[in-house]
Design a protein around this ligand. Sequence first.
Ligand SMILES: O=C(O)CCC(=O)C(=O)O
Ligand SMILES: [Fe+2]
Length: 667
Amino acid sequence: MHEPPRFCAEGPCRAYRSLGHEKAALSVFRESNAATAIRELQKDLLVARCEGALSIKDSCGEVSILSADRRRIYSALAPSVNGGHNRSGDAGQTPESRTEARKRLLAEAEEEFRALLEEPAKKEEEADHPWRPPSSPKVPGSVDHPWKPPSSAKADHPWRPPSSPKADQPWRPPPHPAAQVAPRTPPQPAAPHTPPDAAPVRLPRREASRSRSGVASLSLVIPGRRRRRRDEGERRSRSRRRDRESRNEKVAAPSGPPPGAFEVPASAPSPRLAPQISPRPQPAEPDLLGALAQAVSRAVGVTPSQPPSYQAQAYPALMHGMAPGHHVHPHGHHGYPQPMAYPYGHLPQAPAMHMMGHPPPHHMPQAHYPAYAPHPHFPGYYMPVYPGMPGHPPPRDRRDESDEDRRKKEREEPPPPAKFDDDHWEEPRERTQMKLLGEECPEEFRRLWTYPLSDENRRSFAGYVQRALDKDHCRSFFAKIRDSCDWKQPEGIHGQIPRKTCWLVKGGCRCKYRYGGLEVEAQEFPKWMHELMEIVLKPCGISPKDWPNSCNLNLYEDGGMTVGWHSDDERLFQGKFRDCRIISLSLGATRKFELRRNWPEDRETQLQRVTLSSGDLLTMEGMVQKHFQHRVPRENVKEPRINLTWRWVKRHVPDCPAGRKMTHASR
Ligand SMILES: O=C(O)CCC(=O)C(=O)O
Ligand SMILES: [Fe+2]
């Protein structure tokens, strides 16, 4: 039997290189402590300056380190699953438990790939703002919190949801206390948040949460964008060189295990990171590979009009305007190198690609991010597709979908995110020090506040102040806003949106508001905005220096105009990753506003309904944008309504001057 070369001493980076691509770190491990293995690998990948790495541990106890380079995610995934399929780790499992395990692995992989594209790169933020002190206070609940060790014992008592008002009875505000506006007192400083201790290598909490589940472990490393750009040229040329070398190697490739495949005898104590690769990958199992391919495609946002084939003939037409069947040039195309020779002989891609079918729609909310689509000519490679390019899928937003689309998407709901611990979706408020506006506001306004939604478990809250603006002001501001705003009714992916809209920002900001495939140009705050904020933000206890820097306005001309289920989870506001405040004021007609949980648990009420009348204030605070969706449904109402939602842009688009000027405090 072929004795595979051993690898112990030189460190795993060496192994990646010997596999032909230091960034395509494909290795399969049999490790007693997978979490440790992953952490070690993460460090090594960081040291090796790999761009990002994903690792998956499946329930059979195998860990696959997948390509750091997303173009190779697919080809890395397939053989790792394929290779792991027939190994001894599997032997004790019944076909059912294996199927179950794979299903879970699939779900986990899908979630993680999606999250990879959605999660803000912490390192990127740091690289872009090198002046930022490392010990800076952070918004509580941000992703930057260090990983907490999982609680080992499974909770014996399943979490019971907090009691909430009945779903079908709209929540009614309590009797309105005479709301005179008292003299303003300076707002209380927010409770200081203790920054986490600096760890030598920070791993996102995600990794831990996966390990916690004991099913699949994934982790990622995303370095700074700048460094990435700087290294790009260098990397390309290295990769081309390697490609050439590996092509030459392939000609003489033996049928045994590839160079760089390592076997650790089952009885021998496992070296710290002893990768081993199935010496002879078995033929692909089409259903599993197909499903995985679909998960990956879904995660990277591929929405092909027809299933791409091994020859990838569907894509030239889509992306380069070539006819299907166009001949692929043997030496690559537009600077994309030929795919690296696959060192293990058989490349089990074709069946998986055929099984891919039509991947479900794309889930990436940041419309300005590239999506990744299979490269037109190189199976297994992905290429970025930027907005405006053919093949770029619209981001996920339900605001303006038809009922049929909505039903379809509902069937394809993404799996829930990892919980903070067994009992909590999010880190509890007592620990994060998060304060609600209704708690933080000056004493004299506190009695005005009620919280129709208070989900401590999800750290999600909706606050309400009845008639924060009196009738006369409501009338005058309604007329002023209706007549002076440059209202747009842009075309979304489903045609013209069923309302008029306007996106106003503080001077100096040029961030467009992009959602649901549409884009609204920024207009500077008009004069009336300051007058209005002065009045309305008083009960919130927000002083002018901390005022929101943006406001989205909607004009519903009658009850037929609506906004569909959505969350305001755009990258600008970071509402999926940290506590986020949105303050909304209603003017004109009374309309219903509904909130629903994304992942309701047993006995949890799905719907929370609030009736909003002219002058009412509604807030969404904490992690509402991650765990809830909201909408203004169609109603039999003749009068128009204007709604203003104030928000804080936390992450300006790269070319926005306001982003560069952002002070530490405003983050
Ligand atoms: O009109 C409303 O009350 C809600 C508006 C909204 O959700 C939005 O602008 O994102
Ligand atoms: Fe919204």
